[in-house]
Design a binder for this molecule. Structure first.
Ligand code: COA
Length: 168
């Protein structure tokens, strides 16, 4: 998939060699803050990748810009049996955010999921995360519900559930 004549955005499945990249990404202070997450270590990511790779309910992808890792997309719900999957994670390196690359990568993921017969995608995002909402809106997501959720860092956060139909 091409963003402009010089930039190629693509996604590929996560592999064990991505532990270092995911550790770097998920310990960037702005990313931790946006996601209300807590710091993690390299071993946490190696363990997580091994778990994902043996979990048929989950798929994780690295976002590549001209072959260089710049982000992570995580999807689960594959075993629900209702043709609905969940975007459990979308995170880009801070200096690669707001270039349209997240939109490009999520659209590529959604095209693949649609081709595989999935009909609906759901996600949860913070109400004050306007960049994420703008990105998801461009991918066809609409707000379906407002709720409060207790996050990993213990904060109670106002959240939206957003949904997108994959069959349009
Ligand atoms: C959320 C995230 C994955 C989106 O990816 P991205 O590559 O930055 O998103 P895009 O550049 O494709 O789209 C963002 C859009 O938001 C717009 N935007 C940015 N700030 C905005 C604001 N304050 N109000 C409204 N729109 C805003 C941008 O202009 C852009 O739209 P445009 O391309 O039409 O100009 C990425 O920003 C990220 O990793 N953020 C930190 C982690 C995070 O919050 N993840 C989401 C958890 S639900």
């Amino acid at each position: 998939m091409t963003e402009d004549k010089d930039t190629s955005i693509s996604i590929r499945p996560v592999c064990i060699d991505d532990a270092g990249f995911l550790c770097d990404l998920m310990n960037c202070p702005p990313v931790l803050q946006s996601l209300n997450e807590v710091p993690t270590g390299l071993q946490d990511w190696a363990d997580a990748i091994r778990e994902w790779n043996s979990d048929e309910d989950e798929e994780d992808y690295i976002i590549l810009e001209n072959g260089t890792s710049i982000g992570w997309l995580g999807v689960n719900g594959f075993l629900n049996g209702d043709k609905t999957v969940y975007l459990k994670m979308a995170a880009m390196m801070p200096n690669r955010q707001r270039h349209g690359f997240g939109t490009c990568a999520i659209r590529e993921l959604m095209t693949d999921l649609k081709r595989r017969g999935f009909e609906r995608m759901i996600l949860f995002t913070d109400q004050d995360n306007l960049t994420a909402q703008a990105c998801y809106a461009k991918c066809g997501f609409r707000i379906a519900e407002s709720l409060v959720e207790t996050m990993s860092n213990g904060k109670d956060i106002q959240r939206y559930r957003m949904e997108s139909c994959l069959s349009y």
